[in-house]
Write a protein that binds this ligand. Structure first.
Ligand code: ATP
Ligand code: MG
Length: 565
């Protein structure tokens, strides 16, 4: 490919509104252009990377015998009503009406579409296990689209769905997909860590995310040093090594605690450690009032709480509304006489505490010496606590380290949630009707491109991993009006193109401009044809090399073969 004909609108300056390094480089290198918020055009450079990534995915899915198909993005809302997710999905869904006023939507994911296909076309255990996948454009009206391809409103996803007659079949399908995904990430050069994850609105258990550690990542993962425990912070657990020595229950005592609207202030005022205080926080979960208790030194993890409560929407009651509901402003809410609460849920840290401080249900008053069961009741105990860095992991009891990272993939065992609600049944060996058992597997293909760039930054550009680099080799001719250089460059272009993707910079530009652009193309091999062309000598450079090295043209093939494999 001749660079003079290749559309690659590079920018000299870093675009002011791009925060993520990958976003900056992909704009500067002419990989992508924004069309509207969170919606991008993939220009030729990005499209080449995308195609290579997709080819790798196709190969890895073929290895596990999963065929590709393509579903529509335009879907009837009725399909999502069947699964019960139309309301649940919320404002992230692009909804529209067609000319006949039929409610429609643009698919943010495709569990329903595939489940319906299976419901209508699969009848017997003999047709299972079976899986399908597609690489398709998804639509999510994200609250904060940002960082270029990392969080788009239109983005490309590989989504696979598995259908099984037995749990064992599902386990096998899950393991296959996991392996295929790991191969994809490895070949695309993105370092990932599988971590325990939340399954969100999808239902199901056994949820694993593939997280690519990167400074810009919006997720935090908690990992121990040996890697035997790794979890998204949303789900991370840790050992709570605090133990209070048992005490005899003392008399409940009401005390005024003016201006104590935080645990720190309260602990200081009462001269007690935070571990002797039980915090009470009121949540609205759908239409229920849920009072949530946790020991004073810990924080509530709302993702874990949402699982325990199993509601579509949970949110903490605003300070301004507290008094009207509980009769007490912030700093007085507590579990004693909390008749307004439909449910009281406590974190496990509230167990085995003696003579603690709790809100008295009256503004600026607390009870001292409160004891569980004698003075207040809890409907349910659960782990709803935020794990802190440095705490010990629950498996090997090693300190947890936190890392920011990018979620590039997510796989989970959905079970029968969709198949039951949408009537995807089959006849088992005994002629009995059973719901199909399902799994779902996704890679954020466009997001992955940005993640790869984030993990392969050089001082001035990108060092693309070999298998997905837009070009394998970039030829840079220093002087376009030098006949010896042109002859050699054209000769190399034609011989190397037989085996490799070659971009030949034949533009009448200054060498400085060409080198800057080459840094943005980020090909694993750069060959510069300059002054010594007539002596049969060129320069080679890898993106991470500080300096180019001279090499005889005769040795070039061997050097390239070694580099590109
Ligand atoms: P996130 O927590 O980042 O919003 P998610 O949990 O909503 O992601 P899934 O529904 O599991 O994502 O979608 C599968 C994959 O699609 C994700 O692992 C991610 O790589 C990708 N993805 C999700 N949302 C976006 C987006 N807005 N832009 C680009 N890729 C996305
Ligand atoms: Mg999301």
């Amino acid at each position: 490919m001749r660079q003079s004909k290749f559309f690659m609108p590079t920018l000299k300056e870093t675009p002011a509104d791009a925060v993520a390094k990958s976003h900056q480089l992909m704009l500067r290198g002419g990989y992508i252009r924004q069309v509207t918020a969170g919606v991008y055009a993939y220009l030729p450079l990005a499209y080449r990377v995308l195609n290579k990534a997709q080819k790798i995915m196709e190969e890895e899915m073929a290895k596990i015998n999963v065929p590709e198909c393509l579903m529509p993005a335009l879907l009837p809302a009725s399909l999502w009503e069947e699964s019960g997710r139309l309301k649940k999905y919320g404002p992230e869904m692009f909804r529209l009406n067609d000319r006949h006023d039929r409610p429609s939507l643009l698919g943010p994911t495709h569990e329903e579409t595939f489940t319906q296909l299976i419901a209508k076309n699969l009848k017997s255990y003999k047709q299972m296990p079976i899986s399908l996948y597609q690489i398709q454009t998804k639509y999510r009206d994200e609250n904060r689209p940002r960082f270029g391809l990392l969080r788009g409103r239109e983005f490309i996803m590989l989504d696979a769905y598995s259908f099984a007659a037995t749990r064992e079949q599902l386990d096998e399908q899950f393991d296959d997909e996991k392996q295929a995904f790991e191969n994809v990430f490895k070949r695309c050069g993105v370092t990932v860590r599988p971590v325990i994850a939340d399954s969100g609105t999808m239902g199901g258990k056994d949820s694993t995310e593939f997280q690519a550690p990167a400074a810009i990542g919006e997720d935090t993962i908690a990992v121990n040093e040996t890697g035997t425990y790794a979890a998204n912070l949303e789900m991370a657990q840790s050992v709570d090594d605090f133990k209070q020595a048992p005490e005899a229950a003392k008399d409940l005592e009401k005390v005024a605690t003016p201006d104590c609207d935080s645990i720190e202030k309260l602990a200081k005022f009462l001269k007690v450690p935070a571990t002797r205080i039980v915090k009470s926080i009121l949540y609205i979960a759908d239409d229920q009032k849920v009072l949530v208790l946790i020991r004073g030194d810990k924080q509530i993890n709302e993702a874990k709480l949402a699982h325990v409560i199993d509601a579509d929407d949970i949110h903490e009651v605003a300070t301004s509304d507290l008094e009207a509901i509980t009769g007490s402003a912030k700093g007085g809410v507590g579990p004693i006489k909390a008749d307004y609460a439909d449910r009281i849920i406590a974190d496990n840290t509230v167990k085995n505490l003696y003579n603690v401080v709790v809100g008295a249900g009256e503004t600026d008053y607390q009870f001292k010496n409160a004891n569980l069961d004698r003075d207040f009741k809890v409907d349910e105990f659960a782990d709803i606590r935020v794990a802190n860095e440095g705490e010990l992991d629950p498996v090997d009891h090693l300190p947890l380290q936190f890392t920011t990272s990018i979620e590039v993939g997510h796989i989970f065992k959905l079970g029968t949630y969709y198949t039951k609600t949408m009537g995807a049944d089959f006849l088992d060996q005994n002629g009995k009707t059973q719901p199909v058992i399902m799994g779902s597997y996704g890679i954020g293909v466009s997001r992955m491109l940005s993640a790869i760039v984030e993990q392969h930054l050089t001082e001035h550009g990108i060092a693309w991993p070999k298998e997905i680099s837009p070009f394998d080799i970039q030829l840079v001719q220093m002087k376009m009006n030098d006949d010896a250089q042109t002859a050699l460059a054209e000769k190399l272009e034609s011989s190397l193109s037989a085996k490799y993707d070659v971009l030949y910079d034949d533009r009448k530009e200054r060498p400085g401009v060409k080198f800057n652009d080459a840094d943005l193309v980020g090909a694993p091999v750069r060959i510069t044809i300059g002054r010594k062309a007539s002596d049969g000598i060129v320069e080679v450079k890898r993106p991470t090399d500080e300096k180019a090295q001279e090499i005889a043209v005769n040795d070039l093939d061997a050097w390239i073969a070694k580099e590109l494999g």
